[in-house]
Design a protein around this ligand. Structure first.
Ligand SMILES: Cc1cc2nc3c(=O)[nH]c(=O)nc-3n(C[C@H](O)[C@H](O)[C@H](O)COP(=O)(O)OP(=O)(O)OC[C@H]3O[C@@H](n4cnc5c(N)ncnc54)[C@H](O)[C@@H]3O)c2cc1C
Length: 447
């Protein structure tokens, strides 16, 4: 039994209403501040009703590529206000340092261990033609992409360095390398060395993150650039993961048939070069853009692969590694997933290893801001149930936040809306749970 902090309007704890209750007796969404709960209900209502979602997607798509100024969020303040107070505030952290720090504070107040912060400047990769188009409008000329001071790389460097200054100890900086624009894209897609300007930006960013005691996630992208991203991530891990903990993590996509081989190849390199392997495990977000043959034949194969890799890393036994043939190198695992089954399975495995006195890899969990709050809150409840127990295996949960101007974040918002449309069952369930929680609060007068 533990005391429950009830959250009132604006997410502040209502101290005079402390009640002795088991966390697990309350629904997971009871952890959401009321303002967040109501906004989540609005977004979930739209996402789970096709007749609302279809026009909403069309609208987001129109304002992401505006042809008239009335649809341009940078020129139409009314439109800016509406999108900002709804979709933007639901999925994004803020347009500037003050807003972002306030969002991070609210997230940590809820019991999250920390945040994964990413700068929302995005790039759209056309894998077939290897061309790149940034969502912000830096003018491109032949000389600008070739020059030693490329404006895309410079804009990325400045944005990411600004991001580093917003994260604190234990937080995580997420880096999407193609965000640095066309020269980065060209080098990554041909597996050539990155331009010097990009290399020195990367060094500056990583050193500053380490100074701030933050960790770094290298995001996985499309296969056309992924081998080069793996090379860079391995080089950074070799440089920064020399102690028993991982500072830099590479991302592994379980939907790829090749991922078990890739993970094992990287375990081998970590063994030989003597560094801690940081493994961020995702299912993979580029299914629609990848050649289908690279992806597992069915969703259930991806699910099985995800859980098998997670289980192997947690128990420190994967193929030949940890089975007497090859030692399992020091490793840390981050499960970036909205899938409750995978998250709970990992937590159960950790507990089993711990109660059997067996070693287990440290695991942390993360979900995107505005998505799968039920899963995040369930993990937070498990954390509270476990907190204080000796040899605690309490889950450490993070929220992944994107920040940037509304204009910069529109493509990101569109992708979140599409993801919600595709995860039909979870979106519907989330909507029903949110509605139930609103009714529960109204009936108890907690709004
Ligand atoms: C914190 C965080 C960071 C992330 N970082 C990255 C990143 O760096 N790179 C990246 O690519 N993604 C990233 N993602 C997105 C992730 O890869 C998934 O797209 C998303 O989280 C949905 O998968 P899920 O595990 O949450 O659960 P679910 O919704 O249960 O699984 C959906 C996933 O299953 C897979 N799938 C669906 N249908 C099929 C099919 N027919 N055949 C085979 N597989 C199928 C797809 O990968 C799909 O995304 C991140 C997600 C989070 C939460």
């Amino acid at each position: 039994m533990s005391s429950v902090r009830l959250l009132g309007l604006a997410g502040r704890p209502v101290n005079h209403l402390r009640i002795r209750w088991s966390r697990s007796q309350l629904p997971p969404h009871s952890l959401l501040p009321t303002k967040m709960l109501l906004r989540s209900l609005l977004v979930a209502t739209i996402s789970s009703h096709r007749w609302l979602l279809t026009p909403a997607l069309k609208f987001l798509s129109l304002i992401a590529h505006p042809r008239v100024s009335v649809l341009d969020v940078t020129k139409n303040p009314v439109l800016h206000g509406i999108v900002k107070s709804t979709f933007y505030n639901h999925f994004c952290a803020g347009e500037n340092g003050t807003e972002v720090r306030s969002t991070i504070g609210n997230i940590k107040d809820m019991g999250f261990k920390g945040v994964i912060l990413t700068y929302a400047r995005e790039i759209v990769v056309d894998a077939s033609k290897q061309v790149a188009e940034t969502t912000t409008s830096t003018p491109k000329t032949e000389s600008s992409t070739e020059s030693a001071n490329n404006p895309d790389i410079e804009a990325w460097r400045r944005g990411v360095l600004e991001t580093v200054e917003m994260v604190g100890e234990g937080d995580i900086l997420a880096l999407k390398l193609t965000g640095a624009g066309e020269p980065a894209m060209r080098a990554l897609s041909t597996r050539q060395p990155l331009p010097d300007q990009m290399m020195s930006a990367l060094k500056e960013i990583c050193s500053r993150a380490v100074e701030r005691q933050a960790r770094i996630f290298i995001d996985a992208e499309q296969q056309s650039v992924q081998s080069a991203i793996d090379d860079i991530a391995l080089a950074l891990m070799r440089q920064f993961n020399t102690g028993s903990k991982a500072t830099v993590y590479n991302t592994y996509q379980a939907y790829l048939k090749s991922t078990p081989d890739t993970v094992c190849a990287h375990l081998d390199i970590a063994n030989r070069k003597g560094f801690t392997l940081g493994i961020k495990l995702v299912r993979g977000a580029y299914i629609a853009a990848e050649p289908r043959g690279l992806i597992n034949d069915t969703k259930s194969v991806t699910y099985k692969l995800y859980n098998t890799i997670a289980k192997g890393v947690i128990k420190r036994r994967l193929r030949d590694f940890g089975n007497g043939n090859k030692p399992f190198p020091p490793a840390e695992l981050f499960l970036a997933t909205h899938n409750e089954e995978s998250a709970l399975l990992a937590n159960r495995l950790i507990k089993e290893q711990s109660s059997a006195g067996l070693p287990a890899t440290r695991v942390q969990y993360g979900q995107l801001l505005g998505m799968a709050d039920g899963v995040s809150c369930r993990l937070l409840q498990l954390r509270d149930d476990d907190a204080g127990a000796s040899g605690s295996t309490a889950p450490e949960v993070f929220k992944c936040l994107s920040w940037g101007t509304l204009g910069d974040c529109l493509s990101y918002l569109l992708r979140r809306a599409v993801e919600n449309r595709d995860a039909v069952r979870r979106t519907k369930e989330e909507y029903l749970q949110l509605r139930k929680e609103v009714v529960r609060r109204i009936s108890r007068g907690f709004m």
